[in-house]
Design a protein around this ligand. Structure first.
Ligand code: CMP
Length: 137
């Protein structure tokens, strides 16, 4: 059993596809162990994406992630980290496989509907960034 962090980004929230995206998780064996809607500050987004600080897209990423509320979710299930990444599809929706979340709901590499932890170690850090122990059940 693993836990991983998913974020439904501002574009997904604005489009009104929160339920449709969660359905992809639940229909594929990932349980919602925690969930909340959050408006990130620039400070939050800079800290969360700190690993990308030197990348050319960092400022745009922070601007986009603070452009509206996001929904943060702890997903739990067998092989949750990899399963979530498979369900999301490639970072660039133009390269995402048919039937993946990004192929179906994302517009661009910036507005790409969802974020998902890329490994178990980062999943633990990302979950701790957003949730206290008592919120996860
Ligand atoms: P995410 O999984 O949230 O992790 C970092 C985000 O940066 C990524 O999804 C994309 O939305 C965004 N991004 C913008 N440009 C790039 C790029 N060239 N490579 C990777 N990620 C990018």
């Amino acid at each position: 059993m693993q836990q991983t962090l998913s974020i439904i980004k501002p574009d997904g929230v604005k489009k009104g596809v929160i339920g449709k995206i969660i359905d992809r998780f639940e229909s594929n064996g990932l349980r919602v162990a925690a969930i909340k809607k959050v408006q990130l500050s620039s400070f939050d987004a800079q800290a969360f994406y700190g690993v990308h600080q030197q990348r050319s897209f960092f400022n745009d990423l922070v601007k986009f992630m603070t452009s509206g509320p996001v929904v943060v979710i702890v997903l739990e299930g067998e092989n949750a980290v990899l399963k979530n990444r498979e369900l999301m599809g490639s970072t660039n929706p133009k390269e995402a496989k048919t039937g993946t979340i990004r192929a179906d709901f994302a517009e661009s590499i910036d507005a790409n509907a969802v974020h998902g932890s890329d490994c178990l170690e980062n999943a633990k850090m990302e979950i701790e960034f957003f949730f206290s122990k008592r919120e996860i059940c």
